[in-house]
Every structure is written in C-alpha cells, then in structure tokens.
Ligand binder design. Structure first.
Ligand code: TPP
Ligand code: SF4
Length: 288
C-alpha cells in the first residue's frame, strides 16, 4: 500500500519559506495515503500561479495547464477516466478571477472532482497585485491608495451557485485539512475546499496571525449542521467567509457522470481504440 512518501517526488518546491502552499501539498499527500490511493490512481490538474505549481510537486498523474483553466481540464480527465481520483488546484486569482466562469459552471455541472483553492488574497506569482478576494482598502502594487473594489467571497459564491460540498481550511491546521480533503474526495460530486494559505512575501495583512485571530472554526460551533443550506449561507455571511471546517454537504445531489445516458463503466482510457485495418482502409476510401 502506498505511503505519504510514495506521493512525493524529487522536485523541490520553489515556494518561499513559510508559504502556506507547503501545508496544502503535505495535506493532499497525507489524505491520499490515508485513503489507500496509489499514485497511478490520482491526477492533479492545476492552473497558473505559485499555487498552480503544486501538480509538479505530487507524485501522481499531473497537468499544469493554462491560467484559470484547471477546472475544464480536470472535468475532462474525470469523464475520460472515471477510475481516477481527480484533484484540481490553484490560486484565488486562478479560480475566482480569470477562472470564475469555469468555477460557476463546474458547480452547476457537478462532475465528481475535488477543487482545492489556495486563497492568499493576492497574486503571488506575478509579485503582489490585488486579487478578486483582496479586501476593500487593501494596499497592493496595483492599489497603492487602497483597493476600491469589494472582495469576492468564494464560499458565498459557491453556495449561491448551488454547490453540493463546501469546506474551508487553513494552512496552519493540517489535521483538519487532511480530513476535509478525504471527505471531499469521497463526496460523489463537485467539492470545493477553499484554503486560507498565506503569501508571506507579498501579503503582509492576511498573515497566519490574521487568520488565527479572525477565523471561526465551525468544528467548535455547537449545533452547527452542515446539511442545512440556509444556516451555511447565514454563517458565511456573518463571518464574511472567514470560517473553516465543513460548511455544507448535500448528499442528495446526483453527479454529472451518474446522469449521462449509456455512460460506459469502462473508461475511454482503458478501451482498445485501435482501428481494424479494413475499417481504416474503408474510411480512407471515403476521402479518395
Ligand atoms: C491568460 C493569462 N493571464 C495572466 C497571466 C499572468 N498571471 C500568472 S499567475 C497570475 C495570478 C496569480 O495569482 P493566483 O492565481 O492567486 O495564484 P498565486 O500565485 O497567488 O498562488 C497571473 C495574473 C497568465 N499567466 N495568463
Ligand atoms: S510569492 Fe507568496 S504565494 Fe508565491 S511562493 Fe512566495 S509566499 Fe507563496
């Protein structure tokens, strides 16, 4: 059986020391090993950004794609090979800026994949511009006098769009994140885990201490019921999205692939798609 070590490769992440993304990488590896997965059973598909590099740092199938486009690729991979555990990953800019349209449609469509966003409320890779999740008033290179736009709150958008599984984690709480990733992978449908993952180099406001002081951990809230959608919405509104744990889960929703008429049990990836010579010759004749 694979261990955490088997999900590691020999590529050293070039993230800054202290970057929250290290914990996300370790949590994914721990969750996969704890679930008894093997590296060849997993595909990690990422967008562009510091966080997007994560697909290269996990020993599994991987695809480091185009900025904002991790989700369409990940959904395609899952539909072509339903036996794979598919994890899409990227930053808040990748997922909720340029990729927001794909996010809304992935929620609506409900293909069985897990999406892990590393939300540092800034563009890290391109060296510190404000992002869609940056707070109003936030000072960045692109907003020297303070951000005049309001922040987009991923949890509110996800619930509003009708998501079936929503959780949030924090890079400082690896045990919680490992458990959330396992639950999200087990969930049969589209699952989002938005992780508060500090950028220690460019964001001096949303630091580890900031999150420690401002996050409400729903696991400590008595009587919180993650199956109650109205309560989930009320909670993300009241906390302005600054809450962690399992926020909402709907086990009644049916996944996309479970509704495709005639969807083959055998993945395309393992079908013998070779064309018999006579069929090929006949096909050529049609163009003669
Ligand atoms: C189509 C396109 N537009 C813009 C860029 C430049 N770009 C690369 S990463 C990025 C944003 C990175 O921020 P985020 O997605 O939040 O990830 P982080 O680096 O913070 O992990 C941008 C704007 C690009 N690579 N491709
Ligand atoms: S710039 Fe920020 S997000 Fe990028 S690796 Fe460094 S700490 Fe992480």
């Amino acid at each position: 059986m694979a261990t955490v070590k088997d999900f590691r490769n020999d590529i050293r992440p070039n993230w800054c020391p202290g970057c929250g993304d290290f914990s996300v990488q370790a949590s994914i590896q721990r969750a996969l090993a704890a679930m008894g997965k093997e590296p060849h059973e997993v595909a990690v598909i990422s967008g562009i950004g510091c966080s997007g590099r994560i697909s290269g740092y996990i020993n599994s199938y991987g695809f480091h794609g185009v900025h904002g486009r991790a989700l369409p690729t990940a959904q395609g991979v899952k539909l072509a090979n339903r036996n794979l555990t598919v994890i899409a990953a990227g930053g808040d800019g990748d997922g909720f800026g340029i990729g927001l349209n794909h996010f809304m449609h992935a929620v609506r469509r409900n293909v069985d994949i897990t999406y892990i966003t590393m939300d540092n409320q800034i563009y890290g890779l391109t060296k510190g511009q404000h992002s869609p999740t940056s707070a109003h008033g936030f000072v960045a290179k692109t907003t020297p006098a303070g951000n005049i736009e309001n922040a987009l709150v991923p949890s509110q958008i996800a619930l509003g769009a009708g998501i079936g599984f929503l959780a949030q984690g924090f890079s400082s709480d690896v045990n919680q994140l490992v458990s959330l990733i396992q639950q999200a992978i087990e969930y049969r449908g589209f699952a989002l885990i938005n992780v508060f993952s500090p950028c220690v180099t460019y964001n001096k406001v949303n630091t580890y201490d900031f999150y420690r002081e401002n996050i409400t951990n729903l696991e400590t809230v008595e009587d919180y019921d993650p199956t109650d959608r109205a309560l989930a919405m009320q909670t993300v509104l009241e906390t302005r999205g600054l809450c962690t744990g399992l926020i909402y889960r709907d086990d009644e929703r049916v996944s996309y692939q479970d509704q495709i008429p005639g969807y083959s049990e055998q993945p395309i990836a393992s079908m013998d798609l070779h064309l018999a010579p006579e069929l090929f010759a006949n096909a050529l004749k049609e163009f003669a």
